[in-house]
Design a protein around this ligand. Structure first.
Ligand code: CLR
Length: 448
């Protein structure tokens, strides 16, 4: 029932402080350092912990429910792909650094249709584990972000596997996330893209999805593009998948895609004047040049409306078109709220993640990210206070670590996850021990 739906906050308590500090002045001293060892001034932070950032994978969790409802395993795969790509959408334009979780920090999120628990299971190297569940599905994984400097850009590889399971169907899917590239860290406007290949394996049906996240490489044509296919055990391509990780994912049966590319290349070879697609292309070019010239007349005197300019006129009849007949839209992005620019480019979902909902203080685990004083202070706009708290917490963590070492290597053991082997991939993974939601938290856990 609509009226029973809980409401969450849609904006942070205060707008962010826009700093003009140069991130490079900090980073140049950190080349070759682990992400968790880089201490950056809080003005470069966003008021969320990396554990909360992981919980953002859940924004489009309804796609997993839709997947579980499909009778045909091929359709299920399509929705799992939609979920895997949609989980990355919140990253676009988010250039604030989330807070490094402290060892033993946790984050829980309970919503109408799912719940998730995240824990920082290792500090050096930083490893975060999560386990989400609902009535129809389980989604869990381990993320170990690895940083690489490439001169003007930084590459972040989220190492580790994520798994989706449909217990009633006895099905499992696994994949690894793609690399995130942050450009222009020295000069210019920073921006990011997701790039590389994502291979999603459906372990019972044998279907496999191969997706490529394209690099823009200076042209807007491939910006944010995702493209790929689903194939069966004998490597037959069954479905063509296309879209943008910031916007939309569509699927179409492979034969329709092939028919479509055949037709458009025929049209290109025909005499330009009798092809219908030529007429529509002409119209599109005209339309685009109108837009471009009105925009330019405000900004400069230069008027070059060369119709072959690839940046202004991406050819709509390549295989990258967003309009292949017979396609189904699997996922569409929820637009960011209008005030996002003053709130770290957060989505509405992200705005709610650090909210202390009424009554929560009594039941929350004492290690929950919402109780971190530095994040709370930054959220409230107290940058100096946040910086002081952040330093204090980091020192406290170092002291606790030293103490453990002096007590003859009594190692830290995570509370809610156990190191194990992923049954689908046989790779190392962290598996939930199922105890968190019993809500029996020992009060001797003092990490903040
Ligand atoms: C991208 C999606 C992956 C998981 C993941 C891991 C690390 C995150 C990254 C995501 C997004 C970008 C990120 C990064 C850690 C630091 C970096 C938040 C969520 C920000 C933009 C800070 C960049 C500052 C550098 C210049 C050091 O599945």
């Amino acid at each position: 029932m609509e009226s029973c739906k809980k409401e969450y906050r849609e904006v942070l308590p205060v707008p962010m402080f826009h700093s003009d500090n140069n991130i490079w002045s900090v980073l140049k001293n950190c080349i070759g350092t682990e992400l968790s060892k880089i201490t950056m001034p809080v003005v470069f932070n966003e008021p969320l912990s990396f554990l909360q950032r992981m919980a953002e994978y859940m924004e489009y969790a309804h796609l997993l429910k839709t997947a579980a409802e499909q009778q045909d395993p091929l359709r299920r795969m399509e929705y799992v792909i939609g979920f895997a790509v949609s989980a990355l959408a919140a990253n676009w334009e988010r250039l604030g650094k989330p807070f490094n979780p402290l060892l033993g920090e946790t984050y829980e999120l309970e919503r109408e249709d799912f719940r998730i628990i995240c824990e920082q299971v290792s500090h050096h190297p930083p490893v975060s584990a999560f386990h989400a569940e609902s009535t129809d599905w389980v989604f869990h994984g381990t993320i170990h972000p690895k940083l690489k400097f490439w001169g003007k850009s930084v590459e972040i590889q989220p190492k580790g596997i994520v798994t989706v399971e449909f217990p009633k169907l006895k099905e499992g899917y696994t994949w690894s996330n793609v690399t995130c590239c942050v450009h222009n860290i020295i000069v210019g406007k920073m921006w990011m893209e997701q790039c590389g290949n994502m291979e999603i394996t459906a372990h019972s049906s044998g279907y496999r999805a191969n997706l490529t996240f394209k690099q823009a490489r200076g042209s807007s044509k491939n910006l944010h593009r995702v493209e790929g296919h689903i194939s069966d055990k004998s490597k037959h391509k069954l479905v063509y998948v296309y879209g943008k990780w910031t916007e939309v994912i569509k699927c179409v049966d492979y034969s329709s895609y092939e028919e479509y590319t055949r037709q458009s290349s025929n049209n290109r070879n025909k005499s330009p004047n009798d092809s219908p697609s030529h007429t529509s292309r002409k119209m599109l070019q005209k339309f685009n040049s109108l837009k471009v010239s009105t925009f330019r007349s405000q900004n400069s005197t230069q008027e070059s409306d060369d119709p072959d300019d690839p940046e202004e006129f991406p050819k709509e009849d390549t295989g990258f078109s967003m309009e292949i007949p017979n396609s189904t839209t699997i996922w569409n992005v929820t637009p960011k709220p209008p005030q996002t620019g003053d709130y770290y480019q957060f989505t509405t979902f992200a705005m709610s993640l650090n909210e202390l909902e009424p009554g929560m203080d009594k039941i929350l685990c004492p290690t929950d990210s919402r109780l971190r004083p530095d994040i709370r202070k930054l959220e409230q706009g107290d940058i100096d206070g946040a910086a002081i708290e952040k330093t204090r917490l980091e020192e406290k963590q170092r002291d606790a670590n030293k103490q453990r070492k002096s007590k003859n290597s009594i190692q830290w053991t995570p509370r809610w996850f156990i190191q194990g082997i992923n049954p689908y991939t046989n790779q190392e993974d962290w598996i939930s021990n199922g105890n968190y939601w019993k809500r029996q938290y020992s009060s001797d856990l003092d990490i903040f």
